[in-house]
Design a protein around this ligand. Structure first.
Ligand code: GDP
Ligand code: MG
Length: 382
């Protein structure tokens, strides 16, 4: 994805005359890449229209760095699309809040409920989990296991089949116990969709949640918009969490979910483990969507580890895009000091976290050292 956008921008950069056609070709290339990242067709078209309005052909033709102007325009436009214009409800310590999770079965609700509880527990909240999924056998056991591991109180039943009743009982009990963040996990069966949405409406009506969070699997592709909208219609969704961002999906569905629910993405799930959960940050997300790397994060790291006297030159080279192999070699020594190698690499344009699989950091570190040895044997001309 990043590759084809870079190519499109490079072609535009090389064009001596920028006319409508060059701009259209470039935008078409970028659009193709965004569609591949599961951004909804209609949103891609809107983005194209907006970019054409923002980017002035004359400024592009005169601009020394056409690539940068276009990149900036696309970047800003995507950031705007991810901003619904109003923040979501945020729980306050010491004041009881009810947060209900909705989403299709397998989207990661139960896992995400625990991650969300654990995240807030670390911040000093007193969370509790209620299992209102009476549809799937084993749902309560799964929640119970997760909650026990994280030492979070939980409520559920093996016998009761009415999700509304359990949800209400659980919420009441934990309010009495002075829990300030009561999380209600729900069912998400695929079949009998109408029944599922009716159930969500009833649970929501009975527990009066302060916030309904829609959980979406990042790999569902173009179905994201319709799915998000369907849930929004049965419960008043106020926030979105995108899961499985550690997989192959680029996460373009996030744009659809925001558009369909008019709510912000608040967290992303990046693994099955309880702490593989990150606060959603628009700019790095869009950077990665575009394959531009997380420049701001990377720059911060550079300031941390590159000796001060070398910084201006390196930053200059990076911004010009003339980050050569030799420069890379010189900086590898510093980069190796930057810490978790996977983390550093996922910030670099053209690299992705998949290149540095989790748990293989040592091997990756060794690989880099091997590259350095190889580069040692190269001449400047190579
Ligand atoms: P639910 O049916 O919506 O409650 O979904 P579950 O919480 O049971 O999750 C379904 C599967 O997705 C489980 O195997 C989870 O471990 C897995 N899962 C959930 N979130 C993530 C994530 O962020 N990354 C990965 N790799 N797997 C996840
Ligand atoms: Mg579940």
């Amino acid at each position: 994805l990043g590759g084809s956008i870079s190519r499109a921008l490079a072609q535009m950069s090389n064009a001596t005359v920028i006319d409508e056609k060059v701009l259209n070709d470039c935008l078409n290339e970028i659009s193709r890449a965004l569609l591949q990242a599961d951004v909804q067709f209609k949103m891609v078209r809107d983005m194209q229209t907006n970019i054409k309005r923002i980017v002035n052909l004359e400024a592009l033709a005169a601009g020394t760095n056409k690539r940068r102007i276009m990149q900036q325009a696309v970047f800003t436009e995507l950031c705007n699309m991810l901003d619904p214009g109003k923040p979501s409800f945020t729980p306050k310590k010491g004041k009881p809040s009810v947060v209900m999770f909705v989403g299709l079965q397998g989207s990661g609700k139960t896992t995400t409920c625990t991650k969300y509880a654990f995240y807030h527990q670390r911040k000093g909240f007193k969370p509790a989990l209620v299992c209102a999924d009476t549809f799937r056998a084993g749902a309560f056991d799964q929640l119970k296991q997760n909650a026990t591991k994280a030492k979070i109180p939980f409520y559920g039943s093996y016998m009761e089949s009415d999700p509304v009743k359990i949800a209400v009982e659980g919420v009441e009990r934990f309010k009495k116990e002075n829990c300030d963040l009561i999380i209600v996990d729900t069912s998400g069966r695929h079949k009998q969709e109408a029944a599922l949405f009716e159930e969500m409406r009833q649970v929501s009506e009975a527990t009066k949640p302060d916030l309904v969070i829609f959980v979406m699997d990042s790999s569902i592709g173009q179905a994201a918009f319709d799915q998000a909208q369907a849930f929004k219609q049965s419960a008043s969704v106020g926030a979105v969490i995108i899961t499985k961002m550690d997989g192959h999906a680029k996460g373009g569905g996030a744009l659809s979910a925001v558009a369909a629910t008019k709510s912000p993405v608040i967290f992303i799930g990046t693994g099955e483990h309880i702490d593989e959960f990150e606060v959603f940050d628009v700019k790095p997300f869009v950077s990665r969507l575009l394959g531009m790397g997380d420049w701001s994060g990377f720059m911060d790291k550079i300031h941390e580890v590159v000796p001060t006297d070398q910084q201006p030159e390196l930053l200059q080279k990076l911004s010009e895009g003339s980050f050569t192999l030799r420069l890379m070699y010189e900086q590898f020594q510093n980069i190796l000091k930057m810490g978790p190698i996977g983390q550093v690499f996922s910030m670099l344009p053209g690299f992705s976290a998949e290149l540095m699989p989790k748990g293989h950091e040592k091997e990756s570190q060794a690989k880099i050292k091997r590259y350095m040895t190889m580069m040692d044997s190269m001449t400047d001309a190579a």
